[in-house]
Write a protein of this length. Structure first.
Lengths: 327, 358, 264
């Protein structure tokens, strides 16, 4: 009984992580549907957004390290803390600017290229962003606190204790994160299904040429989806950054949205959501049940191996359409 | 003017399919070999061996391997780091379990073991393509590194979790361990790099190589022509992993001497090798070498200038390295997807017609 | 050439019996039967989307029909993978050129001889003995085809850089390199000008007459079909609607209806 309850607690935690996976995966799906780009940089975008937010908030002078080295100065921050809301707004603007620049400097020049080339270009982008973020804000591990409630929720603990005689340890940060992420997931789904832009987006996903011929601007759509991906990255960056500090490993956590995506089927929005939840719960449960026997830290690879094995039997993913090959 | 095939007459098909069809190329190739085997070993010191030549050769072997898989057969892999780890840990286990086995055989057997692991992780390529496969190969990257990190048998239960190489020699010359001479390190890597490059050249111009390229260019047509896709893809995975495993074994035993899985074989190493073949040239043997040289020399150069001359922080040099490499990759993909090797070919083509280009 | 004579004196090379092919609920072919005889040129015609290419895909094993049998050289063919069927010496060209664009003309055609390459990994790795011999022998056969198709000058050009008409010719060359018993041509003359078409017709006739290769050919240009084909089979909406000598087919009411459109 105790074990079962414990497993339930673990699953619940996994479920909440899963919602964040779903959110990041959704960012991937939108970009993939609209531009056929498999955006490897999504993970680093999460890191970059979190870094920018922390940097602005703590009043770090951008490139201060570089400036100090260049001019022999010794600048260490502006000496003030930026209001959180303003920092959030500026970070969002930075992510939008990034989206615009990506379209302008990279995608525009790679139209009609082999998707694999585009994929490799996003790996280049990931590398660039990693170096750029560190150069701009410094590579040390940063603590992110924008006032999201943290710590174990007493309400949940006491309520569950009353019910089961066993108190669940659930972090308030996770609760907030999953609520925000769930709202955003719903919002994005509605946006892509019912808004005018969403319709244009789906048209582009179906057939680039046809969409162009009815007057949809491909490049505008690309900027929009990359902006959405930036927003998603920011949200994920806030929650994951608050939880475990802003550092490189953040991008690896966010990268797990990739296997999530493959599990769900690259082009399927419900697939991204269900896949995220499955992986979230699955990896926590696996690490809880099997982990101790084989050395632990299985979360590093669980998602990838599940995706790999699953694709062997169903290459199109859970919700993807079967591909009929033609000659 | 000087660089052309005029006056060289091919009288048989074997002559026509030689690797270096133009005389000057052939002499250039011999010239490089003489320098590499006959001169550098006498001049090389510890700094040049460990900062430039040995890493260059080791990475060149890894690039050759990945280029077979990605450049020739068209299957992207982001698992190179993981496969190098397989090579390194196999080599370590072989060296410690069979102290009498010659190190050369240890390294080659490590390659064979890695090939077997490569086949295992290559099986999904039969059903999935493109970036699906790329993500699937991430599974091998994360899983393998985790395995070597968490299962103590692989590192002989050492307290630090590191593996370090015992001393081994070839023909009485020490090639691994802390007391190894730079020229010995260099020569053993050179021998492997040369032999493997020659093998890669032979494989890629024969029928197996054609079956890989056909799979890359148009898999359906290849199958209808009689290419067994299963065999083509798995053989590419196997041979590529063999090369990468040897690179991993050399990386550990000859170059670094002691490694820890997460640090030495992380995902960034996978990217490093991928970048080498993009910058050097996909599907080109020469490109593997150029790319490896570039990616090894560039950080050294950057560090020497920024840290050595201008006294900047080493961290900044690293960040700038990431930024420039990222930009370079994108620039190459946009302007010259076939890399530096293609630029070299174009230059030669121009030179062949110079000074009368029409 | 007298068509009846050709069709009478030779045996059946391939017999297609009641083949039905479905994609989910869609029937691409239903109950199609016809045969191809030794050394004949057999045209498959029909309106767009009638199922002609699907038929070729069934013949070379790319699609597996749900029902029906295929008999080849007097034996019923079991379910085989496309690359196994290549070993029975069935070669083809594609409607949208499917050459290996990153490879040279020579390499493309050498790949066409894949089924004759037998040397193992080690000789190939060392470029030694059998591997090198095999390479030279096959190169000689490929060079004969290069001469025949008059493409010596582009031997070492990557095919991606060639104009359309030449690419079509190289693709024919790649199929011929397999020395096929049965050659499947999917619209070999689509998008060509008259001169190129004439060249292509000449190549097809030469192959058929000199080597005795059976040819199954999809073509939209009726003039070409009437000139080349010994017999014609007409497919519409996945069903066979006519089968016979070119003249018979031309005057068949069903065929006229299918092409000109008639209320169904």
């Amino acid at each position: 009984m105790q074990t079962l309850l414990f497993a339930l607690e673990v699953s619940l935690n996994g479920f909440m992580t899963g919602i964040l996976y779903s959110l990041v995966a959704l960012g991937f799906v939108l970009i993939f549907k609209a531009s056929g780009v498999f955006n490897y940089a999504q993970g680093v975008m999460v890191l970059f957004a979190a870094l920018t937010l922390v940097g602005l908030q703590q009043g770090i002078v951008p490139f201060e390290h570089l400036i100090n080295n260049l001019f022999g100065t010794s600048i260490h921050g502006f000496g003030w803390n930026m209001p959180t809301l303003l920092a959030l707004l500026l970070t969002l603007l930075t992510m939008l600017l990034l989206a615009w620049l990506v379209e302008k400097l990279i995608l525009k020049h790679l139209v009609n290229q082999n998707p694999v080339i585009l994929f490799m270009a996003t790996i280049g982008l990931a590398y660039f962003l990693e170096g750029f973020g560190d150069l701009m804000w410094g590579a040390d591990v940063k603590k992110l606190d924008i006032g999201v409630p943290m710590g174990i929720s007493d309400t949940v603990e006491s309520t569950t204790y009353d019910w089961f005689g066993y108190g669940f340890f659930i972090d308030r940060l996770d609760i907030t994160a999953s609520i925000v992420a769930a709202l955003l997931v719903i919002g994005l789904t509605i946006f892509s299904q019912y808004s005018k832009t969403g319709r244009a987006l789906r048209a582009v996903a179906d057939d680039h040429q046809a969409a162009l011929s009815v007057g949809i601007s491909l490049r505008q759509i690309w900027v929009i989806v990359w902006s959405i991906a930036g927003l998603v990255a920011l949200i994920a960056g806030i929650f994951w950054g608050s939880k475990s500090g802003v550092q490189f490993s953040l991008s690896l956590v966010a990268l797990k949205a990739l296997p999530v995506l493959m599990l769900g089927g690259l082009t399927s929005i419900p697939g991204a959501i269900v896949g995220g939840l499955l992986i979230g719960v699955g990896e926590k449960l696996f690490d809880f049940l099997v982990g101790p026997m084989i050395g632990g830290a299985t979360e590093n690879w669980f998602a990838y191996v599940v995706a790999l094995v699953f694709l062997l039997f169903r290459p199109q993913g859970l919700f993807g359409e079967k591909i009929i090959e033609r000659v | 003017m000087f660089y052309r095939e005029v006056g060289e007459f091919k009288t048989s098909y074997p002559q026509d399919s030689e690797s270096f069809a133009i005389g000057l190329d052939k002499y250039g190739y011999y010239f490089i070999l003489i320098i590499a085997f006959g001169i550098i070993p006498f001049l090389v010191n510890d700094y040049w061996a460990n900062a430039v030549f040995v890493p260059f050769l080791v990475w060149a072997v890894a690039s050759l391997g990945l280029n077979i898989l990605t450049g020739h057969c068209g299957q992207i892999s982001l698992g190179t780091g993981g496969f190098m780890a397989v090579g390194a840990y196999s080599c370590y286990k072989l060296m410690t379990s069979f102290p009498d086995l010659n190190i050369i055989f240890c390294i080659i057997i490590s390659g064979v073991i890695t090939a077997a692991v490569g086949i295992l992780f290559g099986i999904p390529s039969l059903r999935i393509k493109g970036f699906y496969l790329a993500v699937a190969t991430l599974a091998s990257q994360f899983f393998l590194v985790w395995l070597f990190n968490r299962v103590p048998w692989f590192y002989n239960y050492s307290a630090s979790g590191q593996i370090s190489t015992p001393e081994r020699s070839v023909f009485g010359v020490l090639v691994t361990g802390p007391n190894v001479q730079p020229w010995a390190q260099y020569l053993i890597c050179l021998l492997f790099a040369f032999g493997l490059a020659w093998g890669a050249r032979n494989l890629t111009r024969g029928s197996l190589g054609r079956s890989w390229m056909a799979t890359r260019d148009m898999d359906i047509a290849a199958e209808i022509i009689g290419v067994n896709l299963l065999k083509a893809k798995l053989s590419a995975f196997a041979i590529s992993s063999f090369y990468i495993g040897i690179a991993g074994a050399l990386f550990f035993s000859v170059y670094l001497g002691a490694v820890e899985a997460t640090e030495a074989f992380g995902i960034n190493q996978s990217f490093l090798v991928l970048f080498m073949i993009i910058i050097g040239g996909l599907g080109s043997i020469l490109g593997s070498f150029i790319g490896a040289a570039f990616m090894v020399l560039f950080p050294v150069l950057l560090k020497n200038i920024l840290v050595g001359w201008w006294q900047w922080d080493a961290a900044i040099a690293t960040h700038l390295e990431f930024i420039s490499v990222g930009i370079l990759i994108i620039v190459f993909l946009i302007f010259e997807p076939h890399g530096l090797a293609q630029l070299w070919r174009l230059l030669k083509q121009k030179l062949r017609l110079w000074p009368y280009p029409h | 050439m007298n068509e009846t004579e050709v069709t009478d004196k030779v045996d059946t090379l391939m017999d297609i019996k009641k083949v039905t092919l479905r994609f989910g609920g869609v029937k691409a072919l239903s109950d199609v039967s016809f045969n191809i005889k030794e050394s004949e040129i057999r045209a498959i015609i029909g309106p767009n989307g009638a199922g002609k290419s699907s038929m070729l895909n069934v013949i070379n094993g790319f699609y597996t029909p749900q029902e029906g049998e295929i008999w080849f050289q007097g034996k019923r063919r079991p379910k085989l993978k496309p690359h196994q069927i290549a070993y029975q010496r069935i070669a083809r060209t594609f409607q949208n050129i499917a050459l290996f664009e990153g490879m040279t003309v020579l390499d493309n055609m050498m790949t066409g001889r894949m089924i004759y390459m037998k040397s193992g990994l080690l000789p190939q790795l060392l470029w030694w003995g059998k591997a090198e011999r095999e390479e030279t022998e096959n190169r000689m056969i490929v060079e004969r085809i290069i001469d025949f198709l008059e493409i010596q000058h582009i031997r070492k050009t990557p095919v991606g850089m060639l104009p359309y008409g030449l690419q079509k010719r190289v693709e024919l060359g790649r199929a011929l390199a397999a020395e096929p018993k049965l050659l499947l041509l999917d619209e070999p003359m689509a998008g060509m000008n008259n001169e190129e078409k004439e060249d292509m017709c000449r190549f097809i006739l030469d192959v058929n007459e000199e080597l005795g290769t059976s040819i199954a050919l999809i073509e939209h240009d009726m003039g070409v079909v009437m000139d080349l084909a010994d017999r014609v089979v007409v497919i519409d909406h996945g069903e066979k609607i006519a089968d016979g000598l070119p003249d018979q087919v031309r005057n068949d009411q069903n065929v006229i209806d299918a092409y000109l459109g008639v209320a169904h």
